[in-house]
Design a binder for this molecule. Structure first.
Ligand code: ADP
Ligand code: MG
Length: 627
């Protein structure tokens, strides 16, 4: 609740609206206590006094009644009627919506068709018809406005309820033996109340206007009682000769409705969970870079070289060091594996390469990413955009998130090709079929008209690979592309990638947490922990003789087929949270070999030949490397 008010207060316009509205409401509440004239006493000798005249601050109307008093009493009445109508419409509408959405089927159909019929009439026309049937009067106007708005709430709430009624927790409640009424009250209602509040806050202004409209037409409040609408209506004939009589109530309506709407928008934004993160803006097209100095080029090895890369997330006053100084390189035709537990910074490292980490909150704070010797950190967006997919392409873990659900896979492939090369539709189609063939999708000419949901998980992942291949990139970064697949499909996907690497000289950076995959595909491996590389070497070296205790423990977690009976060892404890990294080795707290010196200073990555390790007490000392 506190967070809600904080968010609301951060929205300046909503805050302004809230303050103005509070003042108006306060004024309306204390009106009877103020030393005002009687709003209904006429004094025709004193009619049409201009504002600021003696004894009448805002002037008088056509019957000589004090405008200030009428305005304040009128505001009181208009607010009360508008608010009552909103509460009534929200209560009845929400009840109808919940019942229709929860019971579904025929109940839903009958109720909602009735609601549709109400909705088919223009608002004001329907309200007029209702007042005509009930007879003029403020209470009847209130009823009319409420009834007219019921369908809006009913539809809104029904939609939300349908979504919730099929969630697992509702099924669980039903299995637990709760009655329908109990389920509605304890499971559904708490989840729709925010929506009801949102809908109310955005419609209450509208309802005040509608009530004023009916009063303006003489169907609402009856003389001599004043509300804002009837004041406007009575002033109509004097609009030209004595404009102040219309301006006074008109300005008040403007102020009230405007402040309610501004506040309502703010309430909606603050209550909407998707906007709750505070980031009301879209992420930038490329990751923000805040690098003090460009990094001088090292020896210049490899096609893609990551040098001392630092990527952080700045969330409020916290700094998460997701990547804290990573060096990597990959040659043409080589496959580099990056392995590590979930949360060790693999994805963020990979996304930083092409500036794909979402900003805010992501920031690249140091290091360089060189493609063919050229630094890409801080490169202009146009440059990055022209290289994404063409020079460096990505394959992501979840193909359903990569593919647009509403477009055919063929069209998506063609779009990927055409974003880099100006080719015709027909040629694009031919190329798309070729690509699907290359990733061994059977019958590709037919398959390109499929939607993503018509394919199996393995096929979708292959479409993802085809998309990455579309522009014949030199480097493919595959971020756990097989984690969601079963073992046989995984083997097929790995074979495809391996073939492509050999036939096209593709460089692959393969991110995984599976040593089996590494053994199958990779030439070299980098092991990551808490945003840093703790060990690096050729696949052979690392699989045969892991040096870092973390690597060794990771490997001990992998079951071996035919390896005899063996205890599988999980690594106790959790990786450190990257906004509070300990000094020294980040793994020390979970390491069996940790000693006092492990918890101090910065432990460097020491290298002998191709094997490097960041550890003071490695499993096998580096000096034995030559043997
Ligand atoms: P993985 O190795 O599993 O791919 P990631 O690279 O996705 O791990 O994440 C690395 C670290 O960055 C994690 O500790 C994660 O909590 C943190 N992180 C990722 N995205 C964000 C974000 N938007 N805000 C704050 N922290 C994040
Ligand atoms: Mg990841």
């Amino acid at each position: 609740m506190n967070a809600f008010f904080k968010l609301l207060a951060r929205n300046r316009l909503a805050l302004a609206g809230g303050i103005v509205l509070s003042l108006v409401v306060l004024l309306a509440l204390v009106t009877p206590l103020l030393p005002l004239k009687d709003p209904d006493v006429t004094n025709t000798a004193f009619r049409f006094q201009p504002p600021f005249s003696e004894g009448a601050l805002l002037g008088t109307d056509h019957l000589g009644r004090d405008l200030l008093a009428r305005l304040l009493y009128g505001t009181r009445l208009s607010l009360a009627v508008g608010f009552a109508a909103a509460v009534a419409a929200a209560t009845i509408g929400a009840a109808i919506g919940i019942v229709a959405g929860f019971y579904g089927g025929r109940t839903d159909n009958i109720i909602m068709r009735g609601v549709d019929m109400l909705m088919a009439f223009p608002y004001i026309l329907l309200a007029l018809a209702i007042v005509a049937a009930l007879g003029p009067g403020l209470l009847n106007a209130l009823i009319a406005v409420a009834v007219v708005n019921v369908p809006f709430f009913a539809r809104n709430i029904r939609g939300i309820t349908v979504g919730i009624a099929h969630k697992e927790f509702v099924d669980a409640a039903r299995l637990a033996g709760l009655s329908n009424t109990r389920i509605i009250l304890s499971e559904i209602l708490p989840n729709v109340i925010p929506v009801i509040v949102i809908a109310m806050s955005t419609t209450i202004g509208w309802m005040i206007l509608e009530t004023a409209g009916l009063s303006f037409l003489g169907l609402g409040s009856q003389p001599p009682q004043a509300d804002l609408g009837s004041m406007l209506g009575e002033a109509r004939s004097a609009l030209i000769t004595n404009p102040h009589t219309s301006v006074v109530p008109g300005a008040m309506i403007l102020i009230i409705v405007m402040s309610i709407n501004l506040l309502g928008d703010g309430v909606r934004d603050a209550l909407d969970p998707r906007l709750k993160s505070g980031a009301l803006s879209r992420p930038m097209a490329a990751t923000r870079v805040e690098r003090r100095d460009p990094v001088p080029q090292a020896e210049g090895k490899g096609l893609l070289e990551v040098q001392d890369l630092e990527t952080q997330f700045h969330v409020k006053d916290r700094i998460y060091r997701a990547v804290g100084g990573v060096d990597l390189h990959v040659e043409k035709g080589e496959c580099l594996g990056i392995i590590g537990e979930s949360g060790s910074g693999k994805s963020v490292t990979a996304l930083s390469v092409m500036g794909l980490v979402a900003s805010p909150p992501g920031v690249i704070t140091g290091g360089a990413v060189r493609y063919d010797g050229e630094d890409l950190v801080g490169a202009p967006y146009r440059k990055l955009r022209s290289m994404r997919g063409k020079n460096v392409a990505y394959i992501f873990q979840d193909p359903l998130a990569t593919l647009h659900p509403l477009y055919r896979v063929g069209d998506q492939l063609i779009e990927a090709i055409r974003s880099h090369r100006p080719i015709g539709k027909a040629e694009g189609k031919r190329k798309a079929i070729e690509l699907l063939e290359a990733v061994r999708i059977p019958n590709p000419a037919k398959r390109i008209t499929d939607y993503p949901h018509e394919m199996s998980g393995g096929m979708r992942q292959r479409v993802g690979i085809a998309m990455a291949l579309a522009n014949e990139p030199d480097v493919i970064i595959a971020d756990e592309p097989t984690t969601a697949l079963d073992v046989t499909v995984q083997a097929q996907v790995l074979t495809i990638l391996d073939d492509l690497r050999r036939s096209r000289g593709l460089a692959i950076v393969f991110i995984t947490h599976d040593f089996g995959v590494v053994a199958q595909l990779c030439d070299r491996v980098a092991v990551m922990y808490a945003g840093r590389i703790v060990e690096e070497g050729t696949t052979d070296e690392i699989l045969k003789a892991p040096r870092h205790p973390y690597t060794a423990r990771l490997m001990a977690c992998v079951p071996e087929l035919g390896g005899g009976k063996r205890r599988l060892e999980a690594i106790a404890g959790l990786p450190p949270v990257v906004d509070k990294l300990p000094a020294g080795c980040a793994f020390a707290d979970r390491c069996l070999k940790a000693q006092d010196d492990c918890r101090q200073g910065d432990i460097p990555l020491e290298r002998v030949g191709s094997h490097a390790v960041r550890c003071l007490h490695p499993e096998t000392p580096l000096s034995e490397a030559a043997e």
